[in-house]
Design a protein around this ligand. Structure first.
Ligand SMILES: [Zn+2]
Length: 310
């Protein structure tokens, strides 16, 4: 385990093993409490199958239940936080092959409906990761949308991230939904800024020994842990981006990924969320590593779908 969490705290995982510095359960709790203290209402995880949204088969992001609020409708509170159960089928070919793709996962998020914007979203994300969770600032890299000078300036001038650890990327990386200006879908969208954890050079060495590496590289050295979306536009069918009545914030941090970082394990399947269950699937089904991770991911999706009586 890496020395990443500076508070020297012991806790127990689901199985009573005292081998973790912080459990996933505790990370989730601290996240929701952190944003509650900043004036957010804790919203329950929405149904895995959206009830009033015919455009979606499954809930795949924390913002799905807040689509109307992003359009300026039905706002009973202007700040929300949640831990949303998600099911995504878009990355299905990667499940089992990589250390961090799942069909079922949990997304931590904080949301602003016409309330705070970039400055607060960036400052609070940084405060949570470096102060609450104790992650070393030097391990964190930032990406911003290529034209977003405002976000760049907040990271560089206010948070003091050196220019060498901030990259400007285009719309397929730093717009949400990805490439929305060009390809859609229609609806709320905007530029985003992502926070990456650097696992160190040893993870890039095998793939490119001499080339420089940054968060735009997919060698596995950099892992995106948190996406801060500055939801500012309503995309129309003709591709125009119409400014929304008010600017919004939509963030998403995969609980499995941040847990892996804080527990010092490279694979999500080795976190306290999964390790004992994955080993059980492995022992009982006798499959190769990629297949038991694949089987586990689908079993967890099925479990939550059956619980919803689907
Ligand atoms: Zn690389």
């Amino acid at each position: 385990m890496g020395i990443l969490f500076g508070k020297n705290k012991k806790c127990f995982n689901f199985f009573g093993e005292e081998n973790l510095v912080i459990s996933a359960h505790e990370i989730r709790k601290k996240y929701l409490e952190f944003f509650q203290k900043k004036g957010h209402t804790i919203a329950s995880s929405d149904s895995l199958v959206p009830i009033d949204d015919p455009t979606l088969l499954f809930t795949g992001a924390g913002m799905n239940q807040f689509k109307e609020q992003f359009m300026g409708k039905n706002i009973s509170y202007s700040r929300a936080t949640s831990s949303q159960k998600c099911l995504r089928t878009g990355d299905i070919e990667n499940v089992g092959k990589t250390p961090r793709h799942h069909t079922f996962f949990e997304m931590l998020g904080n949301f602003s409906f016409g309330d705070y914007f970039k400055r607060e979203a960036i400052n609070w994300a940084w405060e949570f990761l470096t102060k609450e969770m104790g992650i070393s600032a030097e391990r964190l890299w930032i990406s911003v949308y290529k034209d977003d000078d405002e976000a760049y300036s907040i990271w560089n001038k206010e948070i003091k991230i050196p220019a060498g650890r901030i990259v400007r990327l285009d719309a397929d990386n730093n717009f949400w939904p990805a490439d929305a200006p060009l390809k859609g879908p229609n609806g709320p969208c905007g530029p985003c800024s992502e926070i990456f954890y650097d696992w160190g050079e040893k993870y890039s060495r095998a793939k490119h020994s001499s080339n420089p590496c940054d968060p735009s590289c997919d060698c596995g050295r950099f892992v995106e842990v948190w996406n801060l979306v500055f939801t500012s536009f309503d995309r129309k069918s003709d591709g125009t981006l119409v400014p929304l009545p008010s600017k919004n914030i939509d963030t998403g941090m995969g609980l499995e990924r941040i847990t892996a970082v804080l527990q010092g394990v490279y694979s999500n399947f080795e976190t306290d969320l999964f390790v004992s269950l994955v080993n059980s699937v492995k022992a009982n089904l006798g499959l190769a590593k990629s297949l038991h991770q694949y089987a586990f991911s689908f079993l967890s999706s099925l479990f939550f779908l059956v619980r919803r009586e689907i």
